[in-house]
Design a binder for this molecule. Structure first.
Ligand SMILES: Nc1ncnc2c1ncn2[C@@H]1O[C@H](COP(=O)(O)OP(=O)(O)OP(=O)(O)O)[C@@H](O)[C@H]1O
Ligand SMILES: [Mg+2]
Length: 344
């Protein structure tokens, strides 16, 4: 395994710049998650690292080797895509060993040994003689991951590998990926749209926006101390509520000097006790999710309802039409200046 370093990495298609000035260092053995809105350049960045796309500017280092202009096969990188792209006429074992056999440098016995080891670590041993059509989606994705593992790459690249799976399988595969990372000590760059995957799998998360990186940090650091409004609004589901400072003042008293906008996560809103001060609100809608509920409060002067996540038992949930006052622990408010930078 090895560290991966991106220095001033950029990509243009004709006049369109889709990735600009990406500086990112992924430590040896680190699990780095890339998130960001559709079209922000996550896949393009991975594809440049894999050598599937030319680099327009900047450098890519793996360990201390500059691989910017190396052929894909020379880089020691393996990529796993959203669609597994297995060969339908080959068995699981053949699919996993195919890339190695094609490369032709390894003795047959070594290829077989690596396939066996990868199959064991992915619980695929019983399936080695099956063909892809005889596998579930989750099993096929494990084969695609196995095909990457047998190459013993220096860096693994994953581009939304679990997004075709149903929720239960995704949860299972997420746990397996975390265990695999621990076992292999692999350097991984992992693109996902899934908030839970980003928060739970990553040692660190890099938040992309319009071809640039907004912030890089440990998941909880980004969640609790987002550098700006974009990162604050991107991580978290349901997303953070945003209020103009003038409206937010009765929520929690004084705001930091220079605040123009305030962010409050749904789980940090509370109902003020009877008679206590707070932000007057009227309940529009209740979404009961079983273990918790989302209350949608309308507030004068706000275009959108505030979303309030609460664990109240169903019998004690307020009903639509109720008037209440909302508050928030001042320490939980996130204050932004006019440029969207977090204050404090
Ligand atoms: N071959 C190409 N020619 C021109 N533009 C391209 C090409 N490939 C990608 N793009 C553009 O580059 C931008 C970044 O695309 P990319 O696939 O990296 O986004 P992404 O972050 O992976 O998005 P998603 O989350 O939807 O997968 C997009 O605006 C896309 O339209
Ligand atoms: Mg993509």
């Amino acid at each position: 395994m090895a560290a991966l370093t991106l220095q001033g990495l950029g990509k243009r298609y004709g006049a369109a710049s889709v990735v600009q000035g990406i500086d990112l260092r992924v430590a040896d053995g680190e699990f780095m998650v890339l998130v960001g809105p559709s079209g922000c350049g996550k896949s393009t960045t991975l594809r440049m690292v894999a050598g599937l796309e030319d680099v327009s500017e900047g450098r890519i280092l793996i360990g201390s080797d500059d691989v910017t202009h190396q052929a894909p096969a020379e880089r020691g990188v393996a990529m796993v895509f959203q669609s597994y792209a297995l060969y339908p006429h080959m068995t699981v074992a053949q699919n996993m060993g195919f890339g190695l056999k094609m490369a032709g440098q390894l003795p047959k016995a070594e290829v077989q040994a690596r396939v066996q080891r990868a199959a064991a670590s992915l619980q695929l041993e019983a399936l080695l003689e099956r063909r892809p059509a005889q596998l579930s989606g989750g099993q096929r994705q494990r084969v695609a991951i196995g095909r990457a593992i047998v190459r013993e790459p220096r860096v693994f690249l994953f581009d939304e590998p679990l997004s075709n799976l149903d929720a239960a399988l995704r949860t299972q595969m997420r746990a397996e990926l975390a265990a695999l990372h621990q076992r292999l000590g692999a350097t991984i760059v992992y693109v996902t749209h899934d908030q839970v995957e980003a928060m739970t799998l990553g040692d660190r998360i890099a938040v992309f926006n319009a071809g640039c990186i907004e912030q890089v940090g440990a998941p909880m650091a980004l969640y609790e101390q987002p550098a700006n409004r974009f990162v604050a609004g991107f991580l978290g589901s349901p997303r953070m509520n945003f209020l103009p400072a003038a409206v937010a003042a009765p929520l929690a008293g004084r705001l930091a000097e220079g605040t123009t906008e305030v962010g409050v996560r749904p789980e940090h809103l509370q109902l003020a006790p009877d008679g206590a001060p707070g932000l007057p609100a009227s309940l529009m809608r209740v979404e009961n999710l079983g273990d918790l509920a989302l209350l949608h409060w309308q507030v004068a002067g706000l275009p959108e309802a505030l979303v309030h996540k609460t664990g109240l038992a169903p019998a004690s949930l307020p009903v639509p039409g109720v008037q209440a006052r909302l508050r928030c622990d001042p320490a939980r408010l996130v204050c932004f200046d006019a440029r969207g930078h977090r204050l404090g």
